[in-house]
Design a protein around this ligand. Structure first.
Ligand code: ADP
Ligand code: ZN
Length: 730
């Protein structure tokens, strides 16, 4: 049995968030501390955050061991969470201190609880009522005895805060001090459930039974966009709430959160807790603390929400599970989808992976019998999948600086005449991907990366999509100094919008691209106005491929279906397939039938054909066959090693040495490929070299990688990043 309480003076081993890769011994403070307690400990001259991880080692002179400064006023880390962090660290070859940082990303955890003013319904009735006053009292009455901040009350009632203050003076609203980090309001699992269709009911039943089992399990919830996956998994969430356990819904894109929160509120009567980069620091801390105390029943968040200190997590939903943003690509390299399964298995929790176009990994796990599968076959209501076809660009008559083919133009024209919306989809932000000098041929590149600068005409700047560096658009060529010779090459959404405006001069054109909006809120408002029909032609990037409802949209034209088929990424075919199907899913969600067309120079390409044919199972089977034959994920294991340094010689030397001294890898039958320049050979001034390791599915890859990497000392500016199951090949 592990000891779970330490008395004053007992030696405890503390894991800190500092980059020291072992536990440090401290003496338990006055009053003792629990295993898992969050503590503040002295480290050199500083005070740092840590967690009591276990018993101390006792390797040092007891008299010299320092004392824990204090135990923080937050719930101790659960045993499952300790195990989860340890296992996740082992899997991703990440130091424990970095895992702990990931699990404590809330500011001011150690601060004493501060107070703030809250407002609830008072006892008096004002003698003089106004409309504004009535609204305030109605809102507060509707929420029973609940208390809110001044801003919340004013916002809910749609009045200024002075109206609320006025009511306080009259005693109609009471003002009280309350701890800043309030518990989240209780959700009602039976508040606003919808009548499900037969298909949906069957799916919900399977998921609810799984939740009731109280055991671990993973289910792939597959269904075309609009089939009601969200409705169905919200039933599983309801069941989880009924059982008194906590639930987590992961979403791939912050822009989607507010729409989703509104849906949750309609379903459960109250808003859930939120966790993502758009949430204020105060709210983050509240979420973190309340999750730990079990006072947040449901969290809706981005991938890092998986590292919140849930007290009793019973269900995790991964919506759009195939989405690449679940893979964190810097810092700790982890895939939230895979880590979800790990966490659930340690917690006896259920996982639901929802997608219209699952990842091949999940598809293969279903085939192998590891995951269950629930399929929603048809769309809700009368909406049907759009007709899909290709436009063969080899036979279209189109000048080099135009991208909308005459065929596509005619189709958009027809929609305009009928008052319906069209979407021109191009997965490229900005105005033009390349700016070239017509005098000397120079292409404007990033000063720090091997990438061309993308023109963003809206922002009047050039931007590097690798490192984010921007500079003003020069008026003369930086190379030959010729004037007025710089010309854009290739299209981005901004340029597409220009073309669309020329082709359809009377149409209202809207551009939907994440970089054009200052905030998630501005983006949301724009999306809502488009959905209401305040645009005839929408020009958009990737963003539109996810979860929004546009009832008037009946045509989707994919400008360059070949864009995703290029490149050396083993998942290129899969990505293109998913993206095309998702985009096609935008059209015809309401009563009117939709149509999707893809402009392509390779209409006979197997991926294009599979999309058009709508034969998904055939696509997956073929793709699985190819991957199995090549021994690549999910049928084999891979790791990417990226070495980087400002000194090009240094990185190549290390890469070559690593390839030579591959003993630990050979022992497990793994192979090393490279070193080769990474596809982007320079980022932020650092030269990058990549090695790829391939092993059989059952090989103990992490141990071998750790032993292999340990042979090399990283001096000076050299860095090594190990990426298990790499998603991107940059
Ligand atoms: P998905 O998550 O598969 O894309 P959603 O759950 O978002 O599908 O459903 C698509 C739309 O249809 C939503 O507006 C949703 O509210 C509605 N819908 C789905 N099922 C039902 C139902 N049984 N009753 C009422 N509306 C439903
Ligand atoms: Zn750059």
């Amino acid at each position: 049995m592990t000891q779970d309480f330490f008395h004053e003076g007992d030696l405890v081993g503390v894991l800190t968030t500092q980059p020291i890769d072992r536990m440090l011994d401290y003496k338990a403070p006055e009053g003792g501390c629990h295993l898992g307690a969050f503590v503040e400990v002295p480290l050199g001259p500083r005070k740092v955050l840590g967690v009591v991880w276990g018993k101390g080692q006792g390797d040092f002179d007891y008299a010299k061991v320092r004392k824990v400064i204090r135990v923080l006023d937050v719930a101790p880390m659960a045993d499952e969470m300790q195990q989860f962090l340890q296992r996740a660290a082992d899997y991703t070859l990440t130091p424990m201190s970095a895992m702990l940082r990931l699990a404590t990303r809330a500011p001011g955890l150690g601060d004493a609880p501060s107070m703030r003013k809250v407002y609830r319904l008072g006892s008096e009735t004002p003698t003089r009522m106004t409309d504004a006053r009535t609204k305030v009292l109605e809102v507060l009455r509707e929420y029973g005895g609940l208390a809110f901040t001044l801003k919340e009350v004013a916002d809910m009632a749609g009045v200024t805060s002075s109206v609320v203050k006025g009511l306080v003076k009259l005693g109609a609203v009471s003002e009280e001090d309350s701890p800043r980090d309030l518990p989240y309001p209780k959700l009602d699992p039976d508040y606003g459930s919808k009548e499900l269709t037969k298909d949906q009911r069957a799916g919900a039943k399977v998921l609810c039974e799984a939740v009731r089992s109280g055991a671990y399990g993973t289910t792939l919830l597959k269904g075309v966009t609009g089939s009601g996956k969200t409705e169905v998994y919200l039933e599983a969430v309801a069941e989880c709430l009924r059982s008194g356990r906590q639930a987590l819904v992961l979403l791939p894109e912050i822009a989607l959160t507010s729409e989703f929160i509104t849906r949750v509120e309609a379903r459960f009567g109250m808003k859930p807790a939120e966790w993502h980069s758009g949430v204020t620091m105060t709210e983050r801390r509240r979420c973190w603390k309340m999750v730990g105390q079990g006072a947040a029943q449901l969290v809706v968040g981005a991938r890092s929400a998986l590292f919140l200190p849930f007290q009793d997590l019973g269900l995790i939903i991964v919506d759009e599970e195939h989405d690449t943003s679940y893979k964190q690509e810097d810092g700790v390299l982890y895939n939230a989808r895979d880590m979800t399964v790990l966490r659930a298995s340690l917690n006896s929790a259920q996982v639901v992976l929802a997608s219209a176009t699952p990842s091949l990994e999940s598809w293969a796990n279903v085939e192998a019998g590891k995951y269950a599968r629930v399929t929603l076959a048809s769309r809700y209501g009368v909406a049907v999948l759009p007709k899909m076809s290709a436009i063969d660009m080899r036979v279209e008559d189109l000048p080099g600086s135009r991208w909308v083919s005459p065929s596509l133009q005619r189709m958009v024209q027809t929609r305009l005449e009928k008052g319906e919306q069209s979407l021109l989809f191009l997965n490229r932000r900005g105005y033009a991907p390349v700016t070239i000098c017509r005098a000397c041929g120079h292409q404007i590149g990033c000063d720090h990366c091997d990438a061309t600068m993308v023109e963003h005409r809206f922002l009047k700047r050039l931007m590097c999509h690798q490192c984010g560096e921007t500079k003003p658009m020069p008026s003369v060529c930086p190379s030959c100094e010729a004037e007025d010779k710089l010309a854009p090459v290739g299209p981005g959404v901004e340029r597409m919008a220009e073309e669309a405006q020329e082709l359809f001069p009377d149409a209202k054109i809207a551009v939907l691209s994440s970089d054009l909006y200052g905030s998630a809120r501005a983006l949301k408002e724009h999306i809502e106005s488009i959905a209401r029909g305040e645009a005839d032609v929408i020009v958009g990037t990737q963003l539109v491929a996810k979860g929004h409802n546009f009832p008037k949209l009946t045509l989707v034209g994919v400008i360059d279906a070949d864009l995703g088929l290029q490149g050396s990424d083993l998942r290129a075919a899969e990505r293109t397939f998913q993206l095309m199907r998702q985009v096609a899913g935008r059209a015809g969600r309401a009563e009117i039938e939709g149509e999707a067309v893809m402009q392509t120079f390779q209409p006979e390409h197997p991926v294009i054909r599979a999309i058009l044919g709508g034969d998904e199972e055939a696509f997956w089977a073929a793709e699985a066959g190819e991957r199995r034959a090549a021994g690549v994920p999910p049928y084999g294991r891979m790791a990417g090693i990226v070495l980087s340094s400002p000194n090009v010689q240094e990185v190549f030397d290390l890469g070559a040495a690593m390839a030579r001294q591959d003993g630990p890898l050979r022992k497990i039958g793994a192979q090393v490929f490279g070193p080769a320049p990474a596809p982007i050979a320079r980022i932020r001034g650092r030269h990058r070299v990549r090695l790829l390791v391939k092993a059989e599915k059952t090989a103990p890859l992490q141990q071998a990688l750790a032993a292999w990497a340990a042979q090399f000392k990283l001096r000076g500016e050299l860095r090594m990043a190990i990426d298990i199951d790499p998603q991107s090949f940059y």
